[in-house]
Design a protein around this ligand. Structure first.
Ligand code: NOJ
Ligand code: MG
Length: 542
């Protein structure tokens, strides 16, 4: 009886915590992961071929950037059909095979749901623009010109230029928060909501484990379409998007009900996870968790490690403020790289990128790891004529191109790094003959080995995945925090500088073991080396 009660207790504990709280998510950018047919573009069969690498790495779930039919104006974020697979990537049968193979390995698969806009080649938009009285006219956002013929308001596309495109045939403007090839859907129209709910059902019925939802905070706009306030700090040297604050074009109260409806739909399928792409200050960001009675997304993506200057004071503040903003029923998460952001190793150098990986994998909350960051891919030089990202071409003078974060995975030292037998759609990282999976997998001191070891450590220690977190006072340049669960106390010490430092162990504790170092394995020492990160197990002083 006692044993049964104990087992029941363990089962409840396991069940009380969904997989995505303990798990690590790995983002696959499908064009650049693995090509299987020699066209130089990655595909679903390629992902399937590399699943064992991911199992070995020790992640729990993959999120795949969009794989749906697309003219690729924004490389898949312009969806022409939500319920099929882009032929370049495979077909529905290849998808089903991939999903089965993912599940057979105990992994989860998340798709990328792009609800804010479709491709201008989607049938819905082709109908919508056919005439003013087309039944789908109101599925998108059409407005008359101002009396002077100009756009309805001053909203700016995230890629630069007006967010309104004139349609001469029907004499109105349509709204596009991104490219003109990505018209915004009108989520105030109930038919749009129903059509998009059916898209979610289509993939949930096939067995996917959840979705990352693209620009979720964009989906509803102020019904009166007022001008956005001007940003007084903007200059032409920075992103055109930031010339105005997106006060009326994003984060509208009505969007939260839609987000809650998506959650209710996902929950009706059992344990599924929704991750919302949301860039907002903490207080507004946390509202996307919803309420316990009417929850919204499980994980509103937290990009603050990408946006924060790499120094201890700033990072401490970010961790403390973010933690404080999470509602009691919510769960934190951290992201350090993506297909949209500069590579972490390009931003802070490889030595500190190792420290950053330790930070990502030892903070409280679900980590998302971006493909290639486990190899420390850093600066990549891409000549102008090999650039592909529309954001680069739309703002030539501003350094906002994203191609350097999207180069193909270097697997080994064979031709094209084993990524493709054909010419890769983007160049590889220049140092691919030495910076690749095969070389780093065989090197005990590599970034890949470090990442694998940290993922294994996180899996082995509940304190790292689900323990509490407390920031610890430390010398300048040293970021330190305690992770605690039941009897276990782990101290994380990260040296963000290139000189060594002393660090503080909380009163009443001594260091028992060094569980991990971003440098070579080492003995206990009261100092931390330059560019080092440590995970230490503490014991109570006698
Ligand atoms: C966010 C995606 O991550 C980005 O790649 C894309 O360009 C925009 N949303 C538009 O869909
Ligand atoms: Mg291919």
């Amino acid at each position: 009886m006692a044993v049964r009660a104990l087992i029941a207790g363990i089962m409840t504990d396991l069940h009380a915590r969904p997989w995505w709280e303990r798990g690590t998510i790995y983002q696959i950018y499908p064009r650049s992961f693995q090509d299987s047919d020699g066209d130089g573009v990655g595909d679903l069969a390629g992902i399937e071929r590399r699943l064992d690498y991911l199992v070995d790495l020790g992640i729990d779930a993959i999120w795949i950037s969009p794989i749906f039919p697309s003219p690729m104006a924004d490389f898949g974020y312009d969806v022409a059909d939500y319920c099929d697979i882009e032929p370049m990537f495979g077909d529905l049968a290849a998808f089903d095979r991939l999903l089965t193979a993912v599940h057979a390995r105990g992994l989860k698969l998340l798709l990328d749901f792009v609800p804010n806009h479709t491709s201008d080649q989607h049938l819905w938009f082709r109908e919508s623009r056919a005439s003013r009285d087309n039944p789908k006219r109101d599925w998108y956002i059409w407005r008359d010109a101002k009396p002077d013929g100009g756009p309805p308001n001053n909203w700016i596309s995230d890629f630069g230029g007006s967010a309104w495109e004139w349609d001469a045939a029907t004499g109105q403007y349509y709204l596009h928060a991104f490219l003109k090839e990505q018209p915004d859907l009108n989520w105030r129209n109930p038919e749009v909501r129903e059509a998009m709910a059916n898209v979610l059902r289509f993939w949930l019925d096939r067995g996917v484990d959840g979705f990352r939802i693209d620009v979720l905070w964009h989906i509803v706009k102020d019904a009166a379409f007022p001008d956005n306030p001007l940003n007084p700090d903007w200059t032409p040297a920075i992103n055109a998007r930031d010339e105005v604050f997106q006060t009326y074009s994003t984060d509208q109260p009505e969007a939260h009900a839609i987000s809650a409806d998506m959650r209710a739909l996902a929950d009706s399928y059992g344990e599924r996870v929704l991750i919302g792409e949301i860039f907002l200050p903490n207080e507004a960001h946390a509202r996307w968790f919803g309420t316990p009675e009417r929850p919204q997304v499980h994980l509103p993506f937290n990009f603050q490690l990408i946006e924060t200057a790499w120094n201890v004071a700033k990072l401490r503040q970010v961790i403390a403020d973010y933690e404080a903003s999470i509602p009691a029923f919510g769960w934190p998460n951290w992201v350090i790289g993506s297909h949209d952001a500069p590579r972490i190793a390009a931003r802070i150098g490889e030595a500190q990128a190792r420290v950053a990986t330790m930070l990502l994998l030892t903070l409280r909350g679900t980590p998302t790891l971006y493909q290639g960051d486990e190899l420390g891919i850093g600066q990549v030089a891409i000549p102008h004529d090999r650039m592909r990202d529309p954001q680069y071409f739309r703002q030539p003078g501003v350094d906002v191109g994203r191609d350097r974060s999207r180069t193909p995975m270097p697997w080994d030292a064979s031709a094209n790094a084993g990524f493709s037998t054909g010419e890769p759609w983007l160049p590889l990282n220049d140092d691919w003959p030495t910076r690749n999976v095969a070389v780093q997998g065989a090197d005990a001191g590599s970034m890949l080995t470090l990442t694998r070891d940290l993922l294994a450590l996180r899996r082995a220690h509940d304190a790292l995945s689900v323990g509490s977190i407390t920031l610890v006072e430390s010398e300048d340049d040293v970021l330190s925090y305690l992770r605690q669960h039941e009897e276990e106390q782990l101290l994380i010490v990260l040296n963000l500088s290139s000189s060594d430092h002393a660090y503080r162990v909380p009163d009443g504790y001594d260091v028992e073991t060094v569980l991990a170092s971003t440098k070579a394995p080492r003995a206990i020492d009261s100092r931390i080396a330059a560019d080092e990160g440590l995970v230490l197990r503490l014991k109570r002083t006698a």
